[in-house]
Design a protein around this ligand. Structure first.
Ligand code: UP5
Ligand code: MG
Length: 209
């Protein structure tokens, strides 16, 4: 077995999972502000790579995202691992405080979870935003009016939901069975959800800065 690139003694990794539109990105901003997390959204990194001039993966990523399918993990894990290295290079984790990474929207499949923990860094815990599809669908259709995201249309949303239920929920279940999940109801206002997250973190011994 290979040695992970980063040690949990030097960095903390928290996964943030939840269905499409459950509020991962929105709540990440709160967590960055109050808990000093460095936010790494796997979806944002993939969209940036898709647009990067000269990327050999641009077309592939575009197609996978529109179809709500999961991009081959080697691509996503390399983007995440390099983003972590960049943040550390730029000084994160210096000054006596461990760097805390909030990895949003990853791992989406069981083998990704194993691969990341074996090669990049074992995770400390998983925050799971639990949200009914009707609520997520309404949020995404509304955002789709202005987002310009290729996957914010009714058909792509349906496919994203299916992938989430069939492929990504098993990750949440496995992390839950390992006692690593903080599960939070993600309905109601942004503030309501954030208050529940703060409670869940407190109970788990994770404190704001
Ligand atoms: N909103 C948020 N919270 C609200 C609240 N409490 N009340 C009312 N409105 C609320 O929120 C979505 C919308 O809802 C926003 O308009 C927000 O204002 C509002 P957001 O915070 O963006 O939710 P989020 O869960 O981040 O939704 P997102 O659409 O980003 O989730 P996805 O999981 O679908 O998207 P992601 O970018 O992670 O992945 C996209 C695709 O990339 C995947 O489908 C897949 O094809 C690919 N991908 C991979 O292949 N591998 C990966 O590892 C990651 C992604
Ligand atoms: Mg998001």
């Amino acid at each position: 077995m290979s040695t992970p690139r980063f040690s949990p003694e030097d960095v903390t990794v928290v996964f943030l999972l939840g269905g499409p539109g459950s509020g991962k990105g929105t709540q990440s901003s709160n967590l960055v502000r109050d808990y000093g997390f460095i936010h790494l959204s796997a979806g944002d990194l993939l969209r940036a790579e898709q647009k990067r001039e000269g990327s050999q993966y641009g077309e592939l990523i575009k197609t996978y995202i529109r179809e709500g399918k999961i991009v081959p993990m080697e691509i996503t894990v390399a983007l995440l691992s390099n983003a972590m290295a960049d943040a550390l290079q730029q000084g994160a984790g210096q000054g006596g405080r461990k760097a805390r990474f909030l990895v949003d929207g990853f791992p989406r499949k069981l083998d990704q979870s194993v691969f990341f923990e074996d090669t990049v860094c074992p995770s400390e815990m998983t925050l799971f935003l639990e949200c009914p599809e009707e609520v997520m669908e309404q949020r995404l259709l509304k955002r789709g009016e202005t987002s310009g995201r290729d996957d914010d249309n009714a058909e792509s949303i349906r496919k994203r939901f299916r992938t989430f239920v069939e492929t990504s929920m098993p990750v949440v279940e496995a992390h839950g069975a390992a006692g690593k999940v903080v599960s939070v109801l993600a309905t109601g206002s942004v503030d309501d959800v954030y208050a529940r997250i703060q409670e869940g973190f407190k109970a788990r011994g994770v404190h704001p800065l």
